[in-house]
Design a protein around this ligand. Structure first.
Ligand code: ZN
Length: 257
C-alpha cells in the first residue's frame, strides 16, 4: 500500500516535471501516469524499471538528453500501447508469459527507436524494401545497416535487463531468455520496417517530389501515393510492438516447456 502511494506520487511528480519542461503535452503527461500505474499494478517495480530504462535510453539516443520535441499522448501510446496491453492482459487473465510479452514489446519499441534515430543520423541513404532502392533518410519502410545494428543493441538493452529481472538467480536461463527477448525485439523492428514499406501511407511532395511519411512538405499538402491513410507511423509502431509481444509470449511458453 505504502509502495503504491509512493509510486503514484513519483509518477505524478515525473509527469508534472515532463509537462513543465515541455517533454510531454498535458495529454502525454496524463497518458504517462495511466501507463505507469497500470504497469506498476501488473508487473510491480520491475515493470516500471524496464519502461523507465527504455524512455531514458531512447531520449539520450534521440537528442543527447536535450528534448527537441514535445510528445503527445498518441506518441506515448505508440510505444507504450503494446506494453500497456500486456499489463492489462496480465491483470485480466494472469500467466507467466505476459511478463515476456511485456519485455519483448518494450524491446521492440527500443529497437525501433534506436534503429531510426541512429539510422537517420549516421546511416546514410537507407534502402527501401518496398521500392527496392535507396531513399531520403526518414522515410518509413527503409533501413540502414548502422540503424539496424543499433536496433539490435536497443533490443538487447531491454531484453537482457528484463531477463535479469526475471532470472537473476539462474545464469543459463538468464542468458537464453535474454537472447530470445533480444531476437524477438529485433524482429519487431523488421516487422515495423515491413509494415512501413507495404501498408503505411506514403506521400509525395507536389513541389520537390520527395517521398515522405508526412502530409505536408515544402509548406504545402503532399499527395498520397501508397498505403492506407489510417496506417500512420504511430499505428505501425504500435502494431509491430504488439506483434513482438505476441511472439514473446509464444517464445516464453516454448522456453518453459
Ligand atoms: Zn518538398
Amino acid at each position: 500500500m505504502a509502495e503504491s502511494i509512493l509510486v503514484g506520487l513519483l509518477l505524478i511528480g515525473g509527469a508534472s516535471v515532463s509537462y513543465q519542461k515541455r517533454w510531454l503535452t498535458a495529454g502525454g503527461a496524463a497518458g504517462m501516469v495511466v501507463l505507469g500505474a497500470a504497469i506498476d499494478w501488473a508487473f510491480g517495480l520491475s515493470g516500471l524499471l524496464i519502461i523507465f530504462l527504455f524512455f531514458v535510453a531512447a531520449n539520450l539516443i534521440s537528442n543527447g538528453g536535450r528534448s527537441a520535441e514535445t510528445r503527445t499522448v498518441v506518441q506515448v501510446f505508440a510505444n507504450g500501447g503494446a506494453p500497456l496491453l500486456a499489463a492489462c492482459a496480465n491483470l485480466a487473465v494472469g500467466g507467466p508469459y505476459w511478463s515476456a510479452a511485456f519485455i519483448t514489446a518494450v524491446a521492440s519499441a527500443s529497437a525501433d527507436t534506436w534503429a531510426s534515430e541512429i539510422g537517420v543520423k549516421f546511416g546514410g541513404r537507407p534502402y527501401h524494401i518496398g521500392l527496392r532502392r535507396r531513399v531520403a533518410p526518414g522515410l518509413s519502410g527503409a533501413a540502414t545497416l548502422r540503424g539496424s545494428i543499433a536496433g539490435l543493441f536497443g533490443a538487447a538493452l531491454i531484453g537482457f535487463f528484463g531477463a535479469f529481472l526475471l532470472h537473476r538467480d539462474h545464469l543459463a536461463l538468464f542468458f537464453v531468455a535474454g537472447t530470445v527477448f533480444t531476437a524477438v525485439g529485433w524482429l519487431g523492428h523488421w516487422l515495423d520496417t515491413l509494415l512501413g514499406a507495404f501498408l503505411q501511407a506514403r506521400y509525395q511532395c507536389r513541389a520537390c517530389g520527395v517521398l515522405t511519411d508526412d502530409r505536408r512538405h515544402c509548406e504545402m499538402a503532399t499527395a498520397k501515393v501508397h498505403g492506407y491513410q489510417w496506417m500512420t507511423n504511430h499505428t505501425v509502431n504500435a502494431l509491430s510492438n504488439i506483434g513482438a509481444g505476441v511472439l514473446g509470449a509464444i517464445a516464453s511458453v516454448w522456453l518453459s516447456s
